[in-house]
Every structure is written in C-alpha cells, then in structure tokens.
Design a protein around this ligand. Structure first.
Ligand code: DOR
Ligand code: ZN
Length: 352
C-alpha cells in the first residue's frame, strides 16, 4: 500500500455484504460495484428469496449475463443462500457443490424481505451442524425481533440471547456478525476467544463509521440515512471506527449497500437501506482518514475478508485520488431513480 497526501494505492477491495437486487435495477448497481470491487458477497433476500442451490445458480447466471452485457470483466459475484426454518442439511452440500460461499440468517421480520427468515434457530440445528462440518460460514443479521425490545437495543440483546448460545453449541462454525452497529458488538467480536480457531468476524458499513443516529432525525426526517440495524449513538460510532481501524483481522469491509427506489425511501413507510455503492471506497477512506489511520484501510478493505473466507487475496492495484467528487442527488435505477448516500455533498477521495 502507498499513501501520499494526494493519492492512496491499495490492492483492489471486495465487498463482503452487498444487495444488488434483480432485473433492470441490478444492471445499474452492478455498474457501480464493478468499478470498485473485484468480488462481492451477494445477499439472497430477493422476492422470493434465494433458498436453494438451484435458485442461487439461476441468480448467478442472471448476474453474469448482465455483467457481460455491460462489458464488465473481472468482477465475481459470490453467492449466498437464505436460511429458512425448512432448509435441509442436504442443501449445504448442494450449495457447496454449486460454489455458494455462505448461508444468511435473517431472523424472521428483522428487515427487508425477511418474512421467510428463521423463526427460531432451534429449527435449524441440523443444517447448522452440516454447515459447521462443511466449513460453510453463517452470516447473521444480528438483531432480535421481539416487539418488546427497543429497536436501538436489538443488536445488543441478540448477542446474549442468540449469538453467544449459538457459538457455544457450534464452536467450530464460521460466523460473520454482519453490519455491526454497537460498541457491544465490536467488543464482543474483538474479545471472542481465539481458542475456537478464529471462527468469528464482523463486517462494518460506511454509514455506521461516518454517522450517528442524529443523521436520521436532526432538522427533519432523513429517510436516505435510515437502514437496519439503525444508526446508533456517537459512542457506538466511535467504537466501530476504533474496531475497523485497529488492524484486527476480525473486522472487514461489507457495505450493506441496499438500494431502494427513491419513491420507496421518500414514503410514509420508507424502506430501510442506504445506497453507498456509488463511492463506497471514498466513504471508507474518509472514515479512516478522520482518525489518521489510512494505513489500516488496505487490511480492512482488501485482506481480512478473503483471509476469513479462505479465498485468495486480489492482486490488482487501485488508486484513490484526493479529488473532490460531488455525489449526485439521483442516479438511474431501472425505470426509476435512486438517491445515493451523502447525495448533494462532496467527498474528498474518489477512485481513479
Ligand atoms: O437496511 C437494510 N436494508 N438492512 C438490511 O438488513 C436489509 C437491507 C435491504 O435489503 O434493503
Ligand atoms: Zn444487508
């Protein structure tokens, strides 16, 4: 990695948590993704969700055909399967044979298109056992859904009620605690015992490194800053930034960029999700620079993800320039438009 006041050169990053959707809109998202990332973990919460190896294969073929028609070479989608109460252990072996890299746990009702998610992990013990045996990672949306738990506490409660028991029952299972948003999650992952072979890691989004919950409410409601898990207090943002920039390989890049058409965000019941893909690397660079830790960006963005998944690191080098980039107020999104994170603002770092 090389860093000067005007440019950063680093090995090309991957996005270890991304929503690209399907159909027409997927084309616009893929064009933004492939400019920055070599690979991305593709979330399976389509309608209907990607629950079988066969559906994952069909989705991958649709993605590849869009990439081809965009003239994109050198971007690899990494497919995941959506865990349900009924997923069988056999599906794990089928998924592995199909090149699927992970399963995703959505607690039922936790977020966008999670209705078919898991109502109780007890229903999934056989399939999780198979995942542990096959070395297939489980990616978790770490929030409880009990209505009596405050929305700002859902992640913290998930650690005690779900994650810790899960890790006790399946000590060899590889788990990624996705898009962590709290000090408790950052500390839990940092302090997790290494005796079970470093099986736990976490991804962190750019919005949770750059914003606290004021960004949703101050001066009026800001629907484009609303995502799940929701932004938290400043003390949590500071803890996440410390974790991301610590050089600890358990923390790596996952944007959770989750596009929704403008009209579905600016709505009486706006959807959850921030579209950060447009200049995700610039956003991460800004976060790392804010604490004088640009030297830690490459590990977080380009090394620790592939190391955790036991995949080769990328070799191509990309360059970020300190060149102000205006973030547009709207971008094309199929027949509609989408409003990117930090729309109308200027970002200091952008890709060459
Ligand atoms: O804000 C979010 N949007 N969080 C999620 O977990 C899902 C995502 C989506 O798919 O829109
Ligand atoms: Zn997500």
């Amino acid at each position: 990695m090389s860093i000067s006041p005007t440019q950063i050169q680093l090995i090309q990053p991957d996005d270890w948590h991304l929503h690209i959707r399907d159909g027409d809109v997927m084309r616009n998202v893929l064009a933004d993704v492939a400019k920055q990332f070599a690979r991305a973990i593709i979330m399976p919460n389509l309608k209907p969700p990607v629950t079988t190896a066969e559906l994952a294969k069909a989705y991958r073929l649709r993605i590849e055909s869009q990439l081809q028609s965009l003239g994109v070479n050198g971007f690899t989608p990494m497919m995941t399967l959506y865990l349900t109460d009924n997923t069988s252990a056999v599906e794990v072996r089928k998924a592995k044979a199909e090149g699927v890299v992970a399963f995703k746990l959505y607690p039922a009702g936790a977020t966008t298109n999670s209705d078919a998610g898991v109502s109780d992990l007890k229903h999934c013990f056989a399939v999780i056992e198979a995942m542990q045996k096959e070395g297939m990672p489980l990616l978790v949306h770490g929030e409880v859904t009990n209505p009596e738990v405050d929305i700002f506490d859902r992640e913290k409660v998930f650690i005690d009620r779900v994650l810790e028991p899960l890790r006790k029952d399946f000590p060899e299972l590889k788990i990624v605690f996705e898009h962590i948003t709290t000090m408790q999650a950052a500390h839990y992952v940092r302090d997790a015992s290494a005796c079970n072979k470093n099986t736990l890691a976490a991804t962190i989004t750019p919005q949770h490194l750059l914003m606290n919950r004021n960004a949703i409410f101050v001066g009026g409601i800001h629907p484009h800053n609303y995502c799940l898990p929701v932004l938290k207090r400043e003390e949590h943002r500071i803890a996440l930034l410390a974790a991301a920039t610590s050089g600890n390989p358990r923390f790596f890049l996952g944007t959770d960029s989750a596009p929704h058409a403008k009209g579905l965000k600016e709505n009486a019941c706006g959807c959850a999700g921030c579209y950060s893909t447009f200049n995700a690397l610039g956003l991460y660079a800004e976060a790392f620079e804010s604490v004088g830790k640009l030297n830690r960006l490459e590990g977080f963005a380009s090394f620790f993800g592939p190391d955790f998944y036991a995949l080769p690191r990328n070799s191509k080098i990309v360059t970020l320039h300190k060149q102000a980039q205006a973030i547009p107020c709207e971008l094309p999104f199929g027949e509609s438009t989408i409003v990117p994170l930090r729309f109308g603002e200027t970002i200091a770092w952008s890709l060459a």
